[in-house]
Design a protein around this ligand. Sequence first.
Ligand SMILES: O=C(O)CCC(=O)C(=O)O
Ligand SMILES: [Fe+2]
Length: 217
Amino acid sequence: MQHDLFAAPASGPERLPLADGAVVLPAYACGVADQLLAAIDSVVAQAPLRRMVTPGGQTMSAQMSNCGALGWVTDRAGYRYQATDPVSGRPWPAMPVAIARLATQAAALAGFADFFPDACLINRYQPGARMGLHQDRDEQDLSQPIVSVSLGLPMVFQFGGLKRSERPRRVPLNHGDVVVWGGPSRLRYHGVLTLKPGTHPATGDCRYNLTLRRAGR
Ligand SMILES: O=C(O)CCC(=O)C(=O)O
Ligand SMILES: [Fe+2]
């Protein structure tokens, strides 16, 4: 075989720009997906997945849990982060190293150095579940990005503008894809369309999403 001396140098993982400060890293987490799924299993054994209620009284369709120093919760009193699981009253499980490391590495690739998440929301979607367009803005330091990891069944991500009225782009997300958004994109509206039924070798009939954030200072 002849080597092509003029081939472009290896440029590392693929990066698909979505907007200024926002990028998709396709399949970036595939190599550690089994570690991430094992980590999720150990977290939800201690802090079981549950359906939370919005301040408006709607039960969310995704099941949720958290790990890390802070966990995102919602109930009739509002959206917030807290250090304890409201179901057990105990601190959330520690963030598994495999999850934290992947988030720091993905953020760096997207241009956000020194991202050390203190909160990891675990979302589990079964067919029919969705998450409507929203902004992530319960965090104290909005200069820190968001890292979002997809595992299992494919789902369509909606990535909109800074105003709810701006029509979102639709981005199909597959197993192992990572989305990072921050900087000028930090407050963009986003969500996921209804999950279609299917079976994935890694997760069976569901999709997991890990949303990693720096919630405190
Ligand atoms: O499941 C997803 O891809 C998005 C999750 C999300 O936006 C959130 O948990 O705030
Ligand atoms: Fe979000």
